[in-house]
Design a protein around this ligand. Structure first.
Ligand code: NAD
Ligand code: GLY
Length: 376
């Protein structure tokens, strides 16, 4: 992490990917400097800002002004908020709007929003005229610590989440920590689950720091918030630099996600269960399953769920949605997971806090019977 004093106080986390390398710039109030930051990595005359209605209301004027002051003309596309926007329908109409606006390869796409906008706009950027450069300006905690970094883009299909997409790296990620001040509390907490994930994967000291300081991160303490975001981005950048296309170690970032995606499919992406909420439940299940398999102690699994509980996040699969899902339905939903090989999902299990590993040999029957016990 480098400290750079040229603009507002901020830190820069590099993502080292050869000729696709880029910086994640993190600091308070950076939206107002986004034009200058973009101009420092890429000269452009025009940019299409893709955002959603909620984000537009709070933050579009600042971004528009910042780009104008750097001499960048803007086209604005404001979409409805919510997971339903990450669909074939909106993807198609977004591409047509970008073409109507004559966005060319020499122009830039700016994704201003949470993971939904980042994933959709990144996917559109990757295929429009066979690839237009894009910049991520993530506005949710989840997007700041996870989805804006690493180049995964996607839309959902009736078969499951993120099943159609590309790996396409942004040219720059600009994280203004102050935009979280307008984020609803439930969304903030859901994003916090992904912060906890980094401690659980390979950084027990960070998990211990979160146990002591997580309340400050959530209540808006600027230093605690900036620290948690920077450590999370550094952790993700390190993993992505080793394994950009998830041939190996990147799968660790899916701790809790095989369970989570199944819960989301069954909940139906209708807002009953946010992605981060599903991840919190999924991580609890991964620890409990690991403890039951004798891989880690029951005390460690309890420590994880106590921290999630303390933040007010859902952790119990029984509370995931209004009507309890069937274990068999969840197990079947796991078969559509992108990490499945030969019809067998890959699980991320743990030998302890900070000791996650990839296990491709877990039988789905064992998972179903474990889920049955958890749901009883
Ligand atoms: P989201 O984009 O739906 O945003 C959540 C809500 O917050 C929306 O209603 C949005 O309008 C609102 N919002 C966003 N920023 C705001 C702000 N600053 N102030 C006020 N309101 C604001 O949800 P999300 O949790 O950011 O992202 C979830 C998506 O991310 C899922 O589709 C998931 O699959 C994807 N994801 C992708 C990756 C990846 O690596 N690409 C990783 C994790 C998650
Ligand atoms: N969120 C998982 C990944 O980026 O690989």
């Amino acid at each position: 992490m480098a400290i750079d004093n040229q603009l507002q106080p901020h830190v820069t986390v590099p993502v080292a990917l050869g000729d696709r390398s880029y910086d994640i710039v993190i600091g308070p109030g950076l939206l107002a400097s986004v034009g200058k930051l973009i101009a420092s990595v890429r000269s452009t005359r025009r940019a299409a800002i893709i955002t959603d209605q909620n984000v537009a209301r709070h933050h579009l004027p600042t971004v528009r002004k910042a780009l104008a002051s750097a001499g960048i003309e803007t086209v604005e596309i404001v979409l409805p908020p919510g997971e339903q926007t990450k669909s074939f329908g909106f993807f198609g109409s977004l591409l047509e709007e970008l073409l109507d606006a004559k966005i060319e390869r020499s122009d830039l796409i700016v994704a201003l929003g949470g993971g939904v906008i980042g994933d959709l706009a990144g996917f559109a950027a990757s295929v429009l005229r066979r690839g237009v450069d894009f910049v991520q300006i993530p506005t949710t905690l989840l997007a700041q610590v996870d989805s804006s970094v690493g180049g995964k883009t996607a839309i959902d299909t009736k078969h499951g989440k993120n099943l159609v997409g590309t790996f396409y790296q942004p040219r720059l990620v600009v994280i203004d920590t102050r935009v979280l001040e307008t984020l609803p509390e439930r969304e903030l907490k859901a994003g916090y689950a992904e912060v906890v994930k980094y401690g659980l994967i390979n950084d027990p000291d960070f998990f211990a720091w979160l146990e002591a300081n997580g309340d400050k991160v959530l209540s808006g303490d600027p230093a605690a918030r900036a620290h948690a975001i920077a450590v999370s981005c550094q952790a993700k950048a390190d993993i992505v630099a080793q394994d950009e296309r998830e041939g190996g170690v990147r799968a660790l970032l899916n701790l809790g996600h095989t369970f989570a995606h199944a819960l989301e499919v069954v909940a139906g992406f209708q807002g009953d269960l946010l992605h981060g909420e599903a991840v919190a439940i999924g991580m609890t299940l991964a620890f409990r399953f690991s403890a039951e398999s004798g891989l880690c102690t029951a005390e460690e699994a309890d420590r994880v769920l106590r921290h999630l509980q303390a933040t007010g996040l859902k952790w119990d699969v029984k509370d995931a949605m209004a009507s309890k899902p069937a274990a068999k339905t969840l197990a079947e939903a796991m078969l559509q997971d992108k990490k499945s090989v030969g019809g067998r999902p890959t699980f991320i299990l743990v030998r302890g806090i900070g000791q996650a590993y990839i296990d491709p040999n877990v039988s789905l029957e064992r998972i179903e019977s474990f889920l049955q016990d958890q749901l009883d």
